[in-house]
Each structure stands twice: as C-alpha cells, then as structure tokens.
Design a protein around this ligand. Structure first.
Ligand code: ADP
Ligand code: MG
Length: 261
C-alpha cells in the first residue's frame, strides 16, 4: 500500500479531530452459501474538515464501505470509531441515535419519500433527534432549504421536481441536522452535467464552510475537486493520496478509468 496521509493537517485546523477511524475492517456477504469478501482489512482515518473521494471500479466495495461508515450496515470484523463512539459496543437504539445525529447520507437515486413534501422529507431525520426542540427543527429545515436554494419548493412533492432539484433536496436533508460527516454515494450519477455541477458546487461550498465530506465517485473531474483520493480495488484500499499531488491524481484517475465499468 502507498503511504497513508493520516494526520495530515487540514486548512484552518492545527490539530484536526479524528472523526472516523477504521481498523482492520472486513465485510463478508453470504448469499446462497457463496461468500463475497466485499471489504478486506480496511484501515482509514478521516479528520474533521476533510473532503475525500473514494474511487475504484464497479463492484470493488465502495458502496459497502460507505454503508458501514454511515452505520447502515455492520462490519463482519474490525473496529469503527465515529466521533469518539466505538460503534461495535452500542445497542440498536444508540446506533440509530448516532446515525441520525452524526451522519448525512446522499444517495445516487435521491431516496426521497414520494408522498412527503420537500420540507417534510428534510424534516424526517430530524424527528428522531430528541436533543432538538420543534422550533430548532423548523429552523434547521428552513436554513437547509435556503442553502440549496429551494425555499420556494418547500410544499412541493418530489415528483413535481427535476432530478437536479430532487438531489438538492437530498443534500438539504443530509445537512439539515449539521452532521459530523456527509457521505455521498455517486451523488451526480443520475444527473445531467448542469445539475451535476450544481450538486458539486454545493458540496464545494459545504466543504468551504467546514463540513467533512466523503464521496464515492466514478467521475474523474468530481474526484479531482476533493482534497484526498482513496482508491479501492477488490475490497482493498490500494491508494490514499492528497489530490494536490498531481502526478498521483493523474495515475489514480487513469488507472481507475482503465478498470471502471
Ligand atoms: P461498488 O459500490 O464499488 O460498486 P459494492 O460495495 O456495491 O461495490 O459491492 C462490493 C461487492 O459486494 C460486490 O461483489 C457486490 O456484489 C457485493 N455485495 C454488495 N452488497 C451485497 C449484499 N447485500 N449481498 C451480497 N453481496 C453484496
Ligand atoms: Mg456502488
């Protein structure tokens, strides 16, 4: 494996807090007695304020990794610490509480609930937040709608919006609760280039405002907008380099595109 960029300083933070720490993480799926080793001994640290891109060919384990990071699934073995919580030693309710508070997830297919309005979709994860008052939740919904420039669409339903607008609602839902980390799985994969650019610009702005972002992408130009590129191949983390290392980006991107489906 190439040199880890662990503990690398991040703009404006002299000693950035480690938000994510994965140690020897493995994930095995068993379907009809066939085992698939989706992740193989992953070690990874993410510090507050970082913007990471995860690249690699189809089926290499990117979404599995993001699902584990997002507490949507559990590892077969290994350790995962998120914002100081040892996630293996918590019960189901605590896990849900941490997920709702610390994680904002953006999916390729938006995953909005069709019979809830835009504002209701954004508010939904906040309803699980017992640490927030009703008024605080309302203010958070309004602020995030404003951030994605969709205040005028608050009462509309997802089917009344374009794909780009739906993904901006999904971004608003992900950021409304001010999570510790934003996880995005191919966030522009279902969008045309104009809408993709709008979503990428939003991510740039969120990062500029201090958000920690971990984005899976096949798109080379999108990966190049991050600060750090991680490459996964066959369940293993095979490269982890700052994006500013131009030689690395080029070789990473060329190799990735050569094997991508
Ligand atoms: P990527 O996002 O890089 O395309 P995935 O993480 O979706 O890859 O998948 C990694 C591997 O794990 C693939 O071989 C895939 O078929 C397998 N896999 C993913 N999810 C499941 C599941 N729920 N059950 C069985 N196998 C799965
Ligand atoms: Mg995937």
């Amino acid at each position: 494996m190439e040199t880890s960029s662990k503990n690398r300083a991040v703009t404006n933070l002299e000693k950035p807090a480690v938000l994510v720490e994965l140690k020897d993480l493995n994930k095995v799926f068993v379907t009809d007695e066939v085992e698939t080793k989706a992740l193989n001994n992953i070690n990874l640290s993410i510090v507050a304020g970082e913007y990471l891109a995860i690249t690699g060919p189809s089926g290499c384990g990117k979404s599995t990794l993001l699902s584990l990071l997002g507490l949507l699934d559990t590892p077969s073995s290994g350790q995962y610490q998120l914002a100081g919580h040892h996630t293996a030693s918590i019960d189901k309710d605590e896990r849900a509480r941490i997920r709702n508070k610390e994680i904002g997830f953006i999916f390729q297919s938006f995953n909005l609930i069709s019979d809830l309005t835009v504002a209701e979709n954004i508010a939904l994860p906040l309803t699980y937040r017992t640490d927030l008052s009703h008024r605080q939740r309302q203010q958070m919904v309004l602020a995030s709608l404003e951030k994605v420039d969709l205040t005028h669409r608050a009462g509309h339903y997802p089917s009344q919006l374009s794909g780009g607008q739906q993904q901006r609602v999904a971004v608003a839902r992900a950021i409304a609760g001010k999570p510790a980390i934003i996880l995005a799985d191919e966030p522009t994969g279902n969008l045309d280039s104009n809408n993709a650019e709008a979503v990428m610009t939003l991510l740039d702005e969120l990062h500029h405002d201090g958000a920690t972002i971990c984005m899976v992408t096949h798109d080379l130009a999108s990966a190049a907008r991050s600060q750090r590129i991680i490459k996964v191949f066959d369940g293993q983390l095979i490269a982890d380099k700052p994006t500013s290392d131009n030689a690395t980006i080029n070789s990473t991107l060329i190799e990735t595109s050569a094997v991508a489906v």
